[in-house]
Design a protein around this ligand. Structure first.
Ligand SMILES: *Cc1c(COP(=O)(O)O)cnc(C)c1O
Length: 378
């Protein structure tokens, strides 16, 4: 999964990961947390494309008390790579995966009685205790126990052997959008549910409700823990947050021109000939394509930086190659560095700009980058 920087030869396409920037982001974000609240660093989806193992080690080193992933496989990988802190599985998983959760001492999210029964049985079988966090659905409607069912759920499940009910949590649907009316309603529903459970003797020491946006904007909702993800990698979930905290981009995506050629006017370029040269043009090949997660949707809108200038993507991006127009760049030649995300000279292409080329969010851009793109840690 993590390629050696020293391997003999490789594609020039690489994602440079700035661990110092990552560590600075963690420390700046941690300063925003209220006193009683700890940071869970969300490292799901290969740490938003930044490489889950090195990023997780760095996060723990920088003071993250817990880590969050979405799949059991990610949790197992972290355990196998020596991560000792609690690892939360933040989504629901199949009952077939209960055994691995117990064996690898992962912290489970529970939202159905059936899963609680299976996990309890497995824990007893292995002679272990598994930490559980009860997920309450306050409006995202992905998964979680409905608030009105929570007491009934606890009566049925909270005394099952082998399970330790360490936490209770929810996840908001509209916080990033700044819809505080909806978010406050969901928060109130969550707190009411927790109170009802407390009154009936069900106590959950770790209560948590939000990610990066809550960390930045709602100290009143920090409770015992905040689960921050995308901000650690240098991205504000919403532009309005940019003056609350400064964050540094952690990933720079680079490559090299592997081929440059001059083509006469009226030459169709790429599959379908969707771009046709208007004059004699210099067209360069960059070895990255939609097979790397560099999306085909960038074909008509995207740009890259070469020689300190912007160069437009021309033609349709193919699986492994992208063509750019470098006619206007003096002295351009094979082997020149290309920056796809990040700064070169006076110009910068931000992850946010790339996300806008495909009407998406930064999370999708970085987490789409396939593992075959080398991650180089600096
Ligand atoms: C992804 C995720 C987070 C992190 O959200 P960010 O906006 O990236 O900080 C937190 N909690 C849950 C349950 C998640 O799935």
């Amino acid at each position: 999964m993590v390629h050696s920087v020293n391997s003999l030869s490789h594609s020039p396409t690489a994602a440079e990961i700035d661990l110092a920037a990552f560590s600075e982001n963690i420390s700046n974000l941690t300063k925003l947390l209220s006193k009683s609240s700890v940071l869970l660093a969300v490292v799901k989806t290969n740490a938003y494309g930044h490489g889950i193992v090195p990023i997780s080690h760095e996060a723990v080193k920088c003071g993250a008390k817990r880590l969050g992933v979405t799949t059991v496989e990610e949790g197992v990988l972290l355990r196998e790579n020596g991560i000792k802190v609690p690892i939360h599985i933040l989504s629901s998983v199949t009952t077939e995966q209960a055994a691995d959760i117990v064996t690898y001492e992962l912290t489970a999210s529970i939202s159905t009685e059936q899963f609680a029964y299976v996990l309890s049985k497995e824990a007893v079988k292995q002679g272990r205790t598994t930490n559980c966090h009860l997920k309450i659905d306050t409006g995202l409607h992905r998964f979680g126990v409905a608030p009105e069912q929570a007491l009934y759920f606890c009566e049925a499940c909270c005394t099952l052997p082998g399970l330790k009910w360490e936490g209770i949590y929810t996840h908001f649907s509209c916080a990033d959008d700044g819809d505080w009316i909806t978010t406050e309603q969901q928060f109130a529903l969550f707190m009411d549910t927790v109170m009802t459970l407390n009154k009936h003797g069900y106590h959950f020491p770790v209560r948590h409700v939000g990610g990066s946006t809550i960390a930045m904007e709602r100290p009143d909702m920090h409770l015992d823990m905040v689960r921050a993800g995308v901000a650690l990698f240098g991205h504000h979930p919403a532009p309005r947050q940019q003056n609350i905290i400064s964050l540094k981009g952690v990933m720079k995506l680079k490559s090299k021109l592997i081929h440059v050629r001059e083509l006469p006017p009226n030459t169709p370029i790429g599959y379908g000939g969707s771009y046709v040269t208007t004059s004699t043009e210099k067209i360069a090949v960059v070895p990255i394509g939609h097979g790397d997660g560099y999306k085909r949707a960038f074909s008509t809108k995207g740009e890259m930086l070469v020689g300190g200038q912007r160069a437009k993507i021309v033609g349709t991006i193919s699986l492994d190659q992208t063509l750019i127009n470098v006619t206007h760049i003096p002295g351009v030649r094979e082997g020149d560095e290309v920056v796809l995300i990040g700064r070169q000279g006076d110009h910068e292409i931000t992850t946010l700009e790339v996300a806008e080329w495909m009407d998406s969010i930064v999370d999708e851009v970085v987490s789409s980058l396939m593992e075959r793109i080398r991650r180089v840690y600096i």
